[in-house]
Design a protein around this ligand. Sequence first.
Ligand code: GDP
Length: 367
Amino acid sequence: PLNCGIVGLPNVGKSTIFSALTSAPAESANYPFCTIDPNVGIVNVPDPRLQSIAEHIPTEKIIPAVVEFVDIAGLVKGASKGEGLGNKFLSHIREVGVIVHVVRCFENPDIVHVDNRIDPAGDIETINIELALADLETVEKRLVRIEKDSRASKEAAKKASALAPILEQCKALLQEGRPARALELDDEQEELLRDLHLITRKKMLYVCNVDEASIGTENEYVATVRSIAQAEGAGVVVLSGQIEKEIAALEDPEERQAFLEDAGLTESGLSSLIHEGYRLLGLRTYFTAGPKEVRAWTFHEGDKAPQAAGVIHTDFEKGFIRAETYSFDDLVAYKSEQKVREAGKLRQEGKEYLVKDGDIMHFKFNL
Ligand code: GDP
């Protein structure tokens, strides 16, 4: 699943952040697969390299990559009345690739916190314990099932004996309220665990929602979140939902830039959130560039050239011959494709080529 799901306690700023993310939705003509669901946002991935490429390769239009964010709280509003996170919430969260956990790190007397205090460590614990309990249930059920299955056939017994010790280790962690993410597994073990869709093995990104005054400084709440994230192997992004919403509402890019500079920022917090989510999903970008369009395409880290070509069209993958490839850095250094070619920097890459982030590619294929 290639999306980021936004979670967090009530009143921490989830909807503010989601509405800032989706205020400039990706042009849907380019992404006909988009369904119209108010809780799902197809978000452009900001990438200044696109503008740089277009400076050297004049073009009619620029098309950025996109990534999907889901407002999970919005999906379950009303569905999970009362305490606890509810089954519906949990089933949605099982489907996402990365969990974006918004934590309230701002003070504002007008906005009541659920427990009447600002306490990032306590808030994080509240959510993480719910998630750990959900996984614990999954793991315990599976342990019972494989025990039963292992009596049915030799093959099932063999699989059970490989899986059981991993499940026991997960169980021990989860019982302490710790994420199963803390368990280091090799690829084979990871594969055994895969169909359990454990929530706490998904990558997590904490978003510290700070007040306007704390932008560019590290308030004590942020420091707390950072130390928790580090211990859990999670990422951290600091932003102010309020400011991001105001920036996103500005139509003029120059005005937006000026606003950022006034706030003491080089990149909007929202951009960092989008980049970090994209990266944690294992997504990378290559480009195609020509007079009609300069475009960013998304591939998975580790993809070879034919698979990356398949992102554009399945025929490109099936009929792949080779890819003329050079790097974005070479284009910047030599300033035109012709000069890149003359400098011997344009490579002919075959089926085994591992595509790199920032590659500019022309695919040759048979139909
Ligand atoms: P949700 O329940 O997590 O979706 O939270 P909301 O996005 O609805 O935000 C709850 C309240 O906090 C709203 O009144 C927001 O205006 C306010 N809020 C959200 N982000 C910020 C922020 O960065 N700074 C301040 N001061 N208030 C914020």
